[in-house]
Write a protein that binds this ligand. Structure first.
Ligand code: DQA
Length: 147
């Protein structure tokens, strides 16, 4: 059994109503419930946190290490493109993580095409709206239990 944390950054609490063309029609709760169910059915323990501020996200990463989290799925949202602090926190705790985006950030505005996380992530999944999270979880489970 692995302990997995899903960490969501600013404005992702607005999913469902926020720019549905980019981010889809499902709420964060719906997406996270599906993920928790799937992880549980595979024998893993998954929980999620959504925070709007950078410092709180840094603290959530620190706490994850103390609580024995083994993998993180993170959508840093707008902090993807700005946050050395969250990058350093992930490097500091050495918890492997998958970077997730609902939209295809490499096909959007130039300022969204750079990520402070991609070069240190296990992998990046982007552009499948809510399903991006499930694909990230499946990738992690495949690493834990290679077929
Ligand atoms: C996002 C992409 C970011 O550029 C944006 O600021 C977000 C969401 C995504 O999931 O597509 O808030 O991370």
């Amino acid at each position: 059994m692995a302990r997995i944390l899903v960490l969501n950054g600013p404005n992702l609490n607005l999913l469902g109503s926020r720019e549905p063309g980019q981010y889809g029609h499902r709420s964060l709760e719906e997406i996270m419930e599906e993920l928790m169910r799937f992880a549980g059915a595979c024998g893993h323990d998954l929980y999620h946190i959504q925070e709007n501020s950078e410092g709180t996200l840094v603290e959530a990463v620190h706490k994850a290490a103390v609580e024995g989290v083994e993998y993180i799925i993170i959508n840093p949202a707008a902090y993807t493109h700005t946050s050395i602090a969250i990058r350093d926190a992930l490097l500091g705790v050495r918890i492997p993580f998958v970077e997730v985006h609902l939209s295809a950030i490499s096909a959007r505005e130039p300022f969204r095409q750079f990520s402070y996380f991609s070069d240190i992530a296990m992998g990046v999944i982007s552009g499948f709206q809510g399903e991006s999270y499930m694909l990230a979880l499946q990738a992690i489970i495949n690493q834990i239990e290679p077929q």
